[in-house]
Design a protein around this ligand. Structure first.
Ligand code: AMP
Ligand code: MG
Length: 364
């Protein structure tokens, strides 16, 4: 089915940037319009961060609740001081080490940042992305671009321009297509408004990496026990996010038991005339014989799992499956970030097949 596309699509690569299109994108942003663009994490939906009307347009286009603040993207470290009132020493150290890169810092906001951009909060989330297309667009827009992920609220974040077009092609002015993103999961968010820095959202930069640089860093309590009464501090983390259309459950336990549990469920569904989706890995995909099997990547290369997670969830939306079962991915470095997103996509539905007599602690 052909859908009406309002957005101009500008295709380019980081090595071969279309300067004219960047200039047009910058003008659209300066005039209060919306431009989606690639970053190293996921595609962002940009609007002028200092223009309250542009921020409100972002919420409207995404269908995002307006108490869920936006991240302000900068492309020059010297631009930071204009939008915050204070940069603690530890935040400077992190910026030196990880900017430009997949790190967002929460700092006390300056008056110039409208409350519409920060969801009514006195703090502002700031990131300096490493993607060159993103940097050029931000510069050409005047330096401050508010950009949440460029998906309809509740859908998996976009990792290609096609995903953006599917969700927002009719609602925004321009999409810069810079190909598939590099990391595939949103940035790590660190809150510096308390004495000890707190991770509000895990990402490519792990808690351990932050502790190595800063010493004491905590994980937000609302993330550790998502079912408890403790709410995550980042307003966005409380919403069910990244959800595929079919019900998703994560099957956890020793590898062999996980495979036989998923096989059993897929077979039962097939006998009832239903199809299930299975999220497997390169190592396990050959072990399943029922349902629609998609490999998310290799356990030997956890980056590949992060990279494909949202794409696989989106792919299943067009497969007409009645349920999706996923293996669990507690990989060494990015496992925290991957499982955080997968658990949210699954509404925290976990099937634990760990048997008591098993003491295989290396299970999935
Ligand atoms: P997204 O823009 O889709 O990557 O989501 C941005 C995330 O940052 C959401 O989870 C927000 O709730 C969170 N966030 C942005 N600004 C703040 C802030 N000032 N304090 C706490 N969390 C924030
Ligand atoms: Mg998002």
């Amino acid at each position: 089915m052909e859908r009406k596309m309002k957005a101009e699509i500008a295709v380019m690569t980081a090595e071969n940037i279309d300067e004219d299109a960047i200039r047009r994108g910058g003008e659209i942003l300066k005039n209060g319009g919306l431009v989606a663009f690639p970053t190293e994490t996921v595609y962002g939906l940009g609007g002028n961060a200092l223009d309250p009307k542009a921020s409100m347009k972002i919420y409207a286009a995404k269908g995002r609740p307006s108490d869920n603040p936006l991240i302000v993207h900068i492309a020059d470290i010297r631009d930071l001081d204009r939008i915050v009132t204070e940069v603690p020493e530890k935040a400077r150290i992190l910026a030196d080490k990880y900017w430009p890169g997949p790190l967002t810092m929460i700092l006390p906001k300056a008056d110039i940042v409208p409350k519409e951009t920060t969801g009514g909060l006195d703090s502002v989330a700031v990131r300096f992305p490493s993607d060159r297309i993103a940097q050029e667009l931000i510069r050409s827009a005047g330096g401050y671009v508010a950009a949440p992920s460029a998906n309809t609220s509740g859908r998996p974040s976009p990792t290609t321009a096609q995903h953006v077009a599917e969700d927002l092609g009719e609602a925004i002015d321009m999409i810069i297509d810079g190909g598939q993103v590099n990391i595939g999961l949103e940035s790590t968010i660190v809150d510096f408004t308390e004495d000890i820095p707190v991770v509000l959202r895990p990402g490519y930069i792990s808690l351990e990496m932050l502790q190595e640089t800063l010493g004491d860093v905590r994980m937000d309590k609302g993330l550790i026990k998502p079912d408890s009464k403790v709410h995550p501090k980042a307003p966005g983390m409380k919403y069910r996010h990244y959800a595929p259309k079919a019900d998703l459950a994560i099957v956890e336990g020793p590898t062999e038991q996980v495979i036989s549990e998923i096989e059993k469920r897929a077979k039962e569904a097939e006998e009832k005339g239903q199809k299930v989706g299975i999220i497997a890995t390169d190592e396990t995909k050959g072990r399943y014989s029922h349902g629609i099997i998609k490999s998310i990547g290799s356990r030997e290369q956890e980056e590949t799992i992060a990279h494909h997670l949202y794409e696989v969830l989106r792919d299943f939306d067009s497969c007409n499956v009645s349920a999706i079962y996923s293996e669990a991915f507690f990989t060494p470095r990015m496992g925290q970030a991957i499982m955080n997103r997968l658990l949210k996509a699954a509404g925290h539905k976990i099937i634990n097949v760990q048997e008591e007599k098993e003491n295989d602690s290396t299970g999935m």
